[in-house]
Design a binder for this molecule. Sequence first.
Ligand code: AMP
Length: 177
Amino acid sequence: MLLKSATDRLKNAVRTIPDFPEPGILFRDISPILTDGQLFRLSSTILSERYQRKPVDAVVAIDARGFIFGSTLAYILGVGLVLVRKKGKLPFSTIESSYRLEYGTNTLQMHTDAIRPGQRVVVVDDVLATGGTLVATCDMVRRLGGEVLEVAVLIELEALGGRNRVAPFPVFSVIQY
Ligand code: AMP
């Protein structure tokens, strides 16, 4: 069970910006957590304590803010870090997965050799909103023969139902709105 005081400290630091990047979106800005060394470390500690005794072979982190929390988690666990990037950024051979946005589509890519068959991974991002990003990522992990142990996010926007979209993969979130 997470200590409520610890998660409250993180939640109190999240800055909410209305109408960014477009009207109607309440943007949950994690920057104040990152600029506070104690809070940044606390976020990494919460995630690493959850996975320290689990059979994690690699951490899969999503472009761009997922890289921050994914890399600290991989570093503490002493496992590899796999980058999921927006289309066109990765130099080697890639697989890709697209998902629908409110307007248009988005495509994510991974290197084809980033995951070996049978590897068990935790997928990390900063925010779970509708779940499209995480579903596309889990789909690529599966196609490469990996197993998603869990999806971990700092912030879950519960009203958007992302958790149900990501199912059957379990979701762990530190802060909920
Ligand atoms: P989704 O695919 O809808 O779950 O969106 C998740 C991605 O979009 C994450 O990588 C987040 O960084 C970003 N995102 C979506 N909604 C928000 C929000 N309200 N505040 C901050 N980031 C968001």
